[in-house]
Ligand binder design. Structure first.
Ligand SMILES: CC(C)(COP(=O)(O)OP(=O)(O)OC[C@H]1O[C@@H](n2cnc3c(N)ncnc32)[C@H](O)[C@@H]1OP(=O)(O)O)[C@@H](O)C(=O)NCCC(=O)NCCS
Length: 199
């Protein structure tokens, strides 16, 4: 299944019926069906849909992106170093610009054909391309803390900012009885432009 076999559109333009969309996770279905347009109208995020070219009434996948930052100033030194690994000259204590993949869902009828992975590759290239009108150094995701999902994202080049779960709990100010529900993942998009400076 190739990303480019799908018609790509912005949520609401044209209007597509998302009522049958089911990625297997109720809260994400609900976001796309009920909330995403409101977020978009408020300029908080933008949602894109993929429909099979031969069946435009279907929605095969949806994803939402928003401008974001990696708040490096709030990270422990070791994490700052990890995230800055490919930064050529230290930029001082600035926050690093990023694109947040806020939501992603592939309808279960289209699952397991690498559509999710291709969407992530597309977003990473799109926001690091010359056409992007602002600086965007990283792709970030707040991923559910589930092994299968984390390994999906790892295959898509997204690594956890925190290797150590305890450190991530501290960063998020979590009480001892609260589970770590999401993990902050990142991918450095500079590697689309140049080879690693460490090689
Ligand atoms: C995660 C998701 C977008 C992957 O899309 P996809 O097109 O099916 O994935 P790909 O074919 O590119 O990759 C398959 C990998 O995704 C992972 N995966 C697939 N379905 C999954 C599911 N239901 N839950 C968690 N991980 C899943 C597996 O690691 C799989 O790897 P494998 O082939 O080695 O088993 C899709 O499963 C989905 O929409 N899930 C529900 C919504 C969701 O959890 N979104 C992410 C929130 S952080």
């Amino acid at each position: 299944m190739n990303f480019f076999d799908f018609s790509f559109s912005t949520l609401g333009d044209p209007i597509r019926d998302l009522s049958a969309f089911d990625c297997g996770r109720k809260e994400i279905n609900k976001f796309f069906q009920k909330d995403a347009l409101d977020y978009q109208n408020e300029l908080f995020s933008k949602t894109y849909l993929l429909s099979p070219r031969n069946d435009l009434d279907k929605v095969a996948a949806a994803f939402t992106v928003a401008n974001a930052s990696i708040f490096t100033r709030m990270l422990p030194n070791s994490r700052q170093k990890k995230v800055s690994y490919e930064v050529r000259h230290s930029k001082g204590p600035i926050n690093y610009p990023a694109i947040l993949l806020g939501q992603i869902g592939v309808d279960t009828h289209f699952a397991g054909h690498k559509l999710g992975a291709q969407i992530i590759e597309f977003v990473a290239q799109w926001f690091s391309s010359q056409e992007n009108k602002s600086g965007c150094r990283y792709l970030i995701v707040e991923a559910y803390n589930e092994d299968r999902l984390l390994s999906f994202y790892a295959k898509c080049g997204l690594k956890p900012v925190f290797n150590d779960i305890e450190q991530e709990r501290i960063y998020r100010h979590l009480d001892d009885d609260k589970p770590l529900e999401t993990r902050l993942l990142y991918r450095d998009l500079i590697l689309f432009r140049r080879k690693s400076i460490r090689n």
